[in-house]
Design a protein around this ligand. Structure first.
Ligand code: SAM
Length: 169
């Protein structure tokens, strides 16, 4: 399994101890495992049942196999003290994702942005953030920005990425 994102590791400290944290589109759960190891109560969701199966024995992690891009938003009414999203973007639901942050809740989001097509996949603009997009999204949702970065990265491989950590005060 690939290592956790350095951005996620660096910003875990802003989550309240023991918070209920969502790992959205968790894949094989590198961040769900990291969060559980730090004592958070994790809800790990993905549509890939096989990926989730490998996580089911992990203490502190509840897995849910969900389709996140359907007509119905499967997490309606849920509240989380933290939301972690990496390497996943589905714009039509970004507002729903941020709406799940409880007061004091922290968003840690990192994914690819425009320009990444020079390096390979993802190259579909639907899956690439626009410059400053996460920053503007967080501001519109009333979140306070803790940290924001965007641009070329060398690690874990050359790419164009954007990342934010923001809190709902
Ligand atoms: C590139 S992986 C990222 C996994 C994880 N966040 C990470 O960074 O290691 C993207 C994940 O999004 C999930 N995914 C893609 N479309 C989805 C959908 N419509 N509903 C739920 N999960 C989806 C995939 O199954 C995959 O696990």
């Amino acid at each position: 399994m690939i290592a956790p994102s350095a951005w996620v590791e660096r910003h875990l400290t802003f989550l309240s101890p023991g918070a209920r944290v969502l790992d959205l589109a968790c894949g094989s759960g590198r961040h769900a495992r990291l969060l559980a190891a730090h004592g958070f109560s994790v809800v790990a969701v993905d549509r890939d049942g096989e990926a989730l199966a490998g996580l089911s024995a992990c203490a502190g992690v509840e897995t849910r196999q969900l389709e996140l891009e359907g007509e119905r938003w499967p997490l309606a009414g849920e509240r989380f003290g933290g939301i972690v999203v990496t390497n996943y973007l589905w714009r039509p639901r970004l507002g729903d994702v941020l709406a799940m942050l409880a007061p004091g809740g922290v968003l840690i989001y990192e994914t690819f942005m425009l320009g990444n097509e020079r390096y390979g996949k993802p190259s579909n603009p639907d899956f690439l953030l626009h410059p400053d997009e996460l920053r503007m999204l967080a501001a519109r949702a009333g979140l306070r920005e803790i940290a924001f970065e965007q641009g070329e990265t060398a690690l874990p491989k050359p790419a164009m990425r954007q990342a934010i950590c923001a809190v709902r005060d």
